[in-house]
Write a protein that binds this ligand. Structure first.
Ligand code: BES
Ligand code: ZN
Length: 612
């Protein structure tokens, strides 16, 4: 089978922005919780890029298209919808009128499907408050097409305006700035208006509707969640403004106006999502000690790397995520301690080894710039673009002469490419233009870094005293034989931060599985079963599964059904599946919960469990 991309510029989008590009979206939608659909219209402002272009090509997925017309004249427009692909959806081709000298606005009346892959609909029982339904979206990478017919490629950037009608007792939030107060419009509905005046790629379109409350953190930052979690969230994210100011210091002016956070229900599939003006975060970062707020530093960084300078398609995803890890760690260094940068990178490198071992050294998806023709970005997703990308930038920074030389380059890169969508070659070209005098940078083996699978060709030295303590404790546990007297006590962990406890467990996971006896001793001394911190719990449960501790299977299943963060859920399910005695329980737990999981989680875990 020869591989084919959907279009010349983006293997995962049917759209044709080189011919006709959309520059603005105006959406008017009603949220129908009964039918679990959005109904309304979108008006797309088009720009012809070639004189003879007359077809607008859009991505759609499970949308019911009712009518398409020329907004200004009301004339109906001819269109065709191609057959549906289960991953990429269907191509919608609209024939544009040949009016001269004017950008045609195409009006599409439509509704979404109850199974729209970007949307999760929660019943009141599935929320913390228990009284009101809840809706949230997750469009990255290519799910916006299940909400709006659009050019669902990050090569295209649009401004947007939105008019949303929702039940009057609910709050509507979007990846945009509110445009006036909500107003009652009858039938128990309120109208909420929004505007996003900075051009964004479609994957940053976002909406959340629910019984939400907020707490102000600073003049431009607020945290939102169901009221049950607001105080906890306000404590956890109290340093948001500080992080944002540090990020501005590193990257330049914050152009998005407000920076709000929304803590989602537990089924949210990611740690965080950088929706502009409104970062989405998983409640699993509410650790109670601010130790997992690095997710916020990460999403803040995307305000530049990703949201201003955007990958032109998801083959170049490392430009979003690798750069974001790079900026995130610079923020942590200034916020916490200079060593935090290396310590976090040290931990990340271990996640990279783990991911590459799981996928296989030669898996093409472990390339920094993978070939995504016929590949769903949901399937290619891993820490590779994050950590291989970070490693590459760290390596380039060292070659360039350290942060003193590279920080100004980073600023210049962001300045040069802001509001644009770029590929890896654009970055490379600018790097050589900027560092034209630097001989060391000529040594870079681009082909291996970008195109070869497996671990990076050069691995920097990330050692610090922060990680040493974890390594010592790990070694001590590995070396200890149960016939000797027990040298451990609860104070071992008291001297470690929660990030270090997590790292200690992560290091044990790289060793041969611990014996059941050792694990039981560890539990007796450290009481890890009662730790709430999700990152610690995740690694502890994996150790227990590997040590074949049967009584822990139920704890592991509780963990993967209480929350839906794929980073935790997928490895636990995979490891339960690999163990004969846990496999059946894992499969039946998945089957019982799949319908309340978000589409991406159900899809990927289903694959992990060899069910589809
Ligand atoms: N943009 C990503 C999440 C994402 C990536 C969603 C691809 C859909 C497709 C977000 O910025 C992210 O990287 N989140 C991480 C945070 C972590 C690296 C601090 C996560 O979810 O774990
Ligand atoms: Zn990210």
């Amino acid at each position: 089978m020869t591989k084919e991309g959907l279009s010349s510029g983006d293997p995962n989008s049917y759209s044709n922005p080189d011919e006709v590009a959309v520059s603005h979206l105006d959406v008017s939608l009603t949220i129908d919780f009964e039918r679990k659909i959005l109904i309304g219209e979108v008006n797309l402002t088009t720009e012809k890029k070639k004189d003879d272009a007359h077809l607008l090509v859009l991505d759609t997925r499970e949308l019911k298209i009712k009518d398409i017309s020329d907004k200004d004249t009301g004339t109906k427009l001819d269109y065709t919808i191609d057959k549906d692909d289960p991953v990429f959806g269907s191509k919608l081709t609209v024939k544009l009128p040949s009016r001269l000298g004017k950008n045609v606005i195409v009006k599409i009346e439509y509704e979404t499907s109850p199974s729209a892959s970007a949307l999760q609909w929660l019943s009141p029982q599935q929320t913390a408050g228990g009284k009101h339904p809840y809706l949230f979206s997750q469009c990255q990478a290519i799910h916006c097409r299940s909400v709006i017919p659009c050019q669902d490629s990050p090569a295209v950037k649009v401004t947007y305006s939105a008019q949303i009608r929702a039940p009057e007792d609910l709050v509507v939030l979007m990846s945009a700035v509110r445009d006036g107060e909500p107003s009652l419009v009858g039938k128990g509905l309120k109208l909420h208006k929004f505007r996003q005046n900075v051009p964004i790629p479609s994957y940053l379109f976002a909406i959340a509707v629910g019984a939400l409350a907020s707490h102000r953190l600073s003049p431009r930052c607020q945290v939102w969640s169901e009221k049950e979690f607001v105080d906890q969230a306000a404590y956890e994210f109290a340093e948001t403004e500080k992080m944002l100011s540090i990020a501005e210091d590193i990257c330049g002016e914050y152009v998005w106006g407000v920076y709000d956070l929304l803590v989602l229900p537990p089924s949210f599939p990611f740690g965080g999502m950088e929706n502009p003006c409104l970062t989405f975060v998983t409640p699993t970062v509410l650790a109670g000690d601010r130790s997992l707020a690095d997710v916020v530093a990460h999403e803040i960084s995307h305000s530049w790397t990703g949201n201003l300078v955007t990958n032109k398609n998801f083959e170049h995803f490392w430009l979003n995520e690798g750069f974001t890890m790079f900026v995130e760690r610079k923020i942590l260094a200034r916020l916490i301690h200079p060593d935090q940068r290396k310590f976090s990178a040290f931990c990340g490198l271990k996640d990279l080894r783990d991911a590459i071992n799981t996928r296989g050294q030669n898996d093409p998806m472990t390339c920094l710039v993978p070939d995504l023709r016929s590949v769903s970005p949901d399937d290619s997703f891993s820490v590779v673009p994050y950590e291989k990308g970070h490693t590459f930038l760290y390596y380039l920074e060292e070659l360039a002469g350290g942060p003193e030389k590279f920080d100004p380059f980073l600023r210049a890169y962001l300045e040069k490419f802001k509001y644009k969508s770029i590929g890896t070659d654009d970055f490379k070209e600018f790097l050589y233009e900027y560092f034209a005098q630097n001989a060391d940078l000529k040594k870079v083996d681009w082909d291996t870094w970008l195109k070869k699978p497996g671990m990076p060709p050069v691995i920097p030295d990330y050692k610090t005293s922060l990680e040493e303590t974890c390594t010592d404790l790990c070694k001590k546990w590995v070396k200890w034989s149960e016939t000797e007297s027990c040298p451990f006590s609860a104070t071992d962990l008291k001297n470690l931060s929660s990030l270090q406890v997590k790292e200690f467990l992560a290091q044990l996971l790289e060793e041969k599985p611990l014996s059941l006896e050792k694990l039981k001793t560890m539990e007796k001394i450290y009481k890890l079963n009662s730790v709430k911190n999700s990152e610690i719990r995740f690694r502890w449960l994996r150790l227990c599964i590997r040590g074949k501790w049967k009584e822990q299977i139920q704890h592991a299943l509780d963990f993967v059904t209480e929350q839906g963060r794929m980073k935790f859920v997928r490895p636990i399910y995979r490891e339960l599946y690999a163990w004969d005695e846990a496999r059946e329980a894992a499969i039946s737990s998945y089957k019982a919960h799949a319908s309340s999981m978000m589409y991406v989680s159900a899809y990927t875990v289903g694959k992990d469990l060899h069910l589809n």
